[in-house]
Ligand binder design. Structure first.
Ligand SMILES: Nc1ncnc2c1ncn2[C@@H]1O[C@H](COP(=O)(O)OP(=O)(O)OP(=O)(O)O)[C@@H](O)[C@H]1O
Ligand SMILES: [Mg+2]
Length: 215
């Protein structure tokens, strides 16, 4: 089973948005049996599942705040949505649950500063330094040619972990969120730019680079 977590201790950077869209990708494009695991008491990912039409392929949800995280045997992909403000032991125990971690970062000075501290902490985790968990960052909610984006871009390029893609700020994610769907299940004529932006992330997830057995 593939286990992917979206993690950043900073609130509002797009963890649930990326997690739900990834669940939509694996369901709609790879036809995988997907379980979405929500570690956040706010339960945004589970709310997204509730809004999802029964006509769409089913995605199972687990409320990891209340229930034990037990996967059905047929589960092929587990997407995990982490809460904000995790650190210390709680962070270490979350990191153990996935072999791949995606960190979304917003282009704002506060978010960049917070991400620098968070990534520093994450990189000291034994699992990450031993390559037992692979980590990548993505820039989220970007408006090109803004000062903040240039600052974020420069910051992400200094990191020792891959900076795999940049997602733009668009209402498409808001529309998807409302309907319990993802950009991978919307009309390509509306979301083609977003699909293009997800492509490097999908390629990274499909490549050995995001699997712990590779260095
Ligand atoms: N690329 C984007 N374009 C436009 N809106 C976005 C984008 N990414 C996220 N958002 C919006 O930003 C808000 C915060 O996103 P989201 O809930 O995914 O963040 P989060 O990191 O899960 O937050 P929390 O830390 O509270 O769990 C949401 O309203 C979401 O719709
Ligand atoms: Mg969230």
């Amino acid at each position: 089973m593939r286990r992917i977590m979206v993690l950043n201790s900073k609130g509002g950077c797009g963890k649930s948005t990326i997690a739900t869209n990834l669940a939509s990708y694996y369901t709609a494009y790879e036809e995988k049996n997907v379980t979405l695991v929500d570690f956040d008491p706010q339960a945004s990912s589970l709310d997204w599942l509730k809004a999802r039409s029964l006509a769409l392929p089913e995605i199972r949800g687990i409320n990891a705040v209340k229930d034990a995280v037990r996967f059905q045997r047929q589960t092929e992909v587990a997407i995990m949505d982490a809460p904000a403000r995790v650190e210390g032991r709680e962070l270490a125990s979350l990191v153990k649950r996935a072999e791949t971690i995606i960190i979304p970062v917003l282009p704002s000075p506060i978010d960049i500063r917070a991400a620098a501290g968070f990534i520093r902490e994450l990189l000291t985790s034994g699992r990450v330094s031993r390559h037992e968990t692979k980590v990548a960052v993505i820039a989220n909610r970007v408006r090109e040619n803004t000062l903040s984006y240039h600052a974020l871009n420069a910051f992400l390029k200094t990191l020792k972990i891959p900076f795999v893609t940049t997602l733009r700020d668009t209402q498409n994610y808001i529309h998807a969120e409302e309907k319990g769907t993802g950009i991978f299940e919307m009309a390509p004529s509306k979301v083609w730019q977003d699909l293009e932006q997800w492509d490097p992330l999908i390629k990274w997830l499909r490549s050995k680079r995001s699997h712990p057995d590779s260095q």
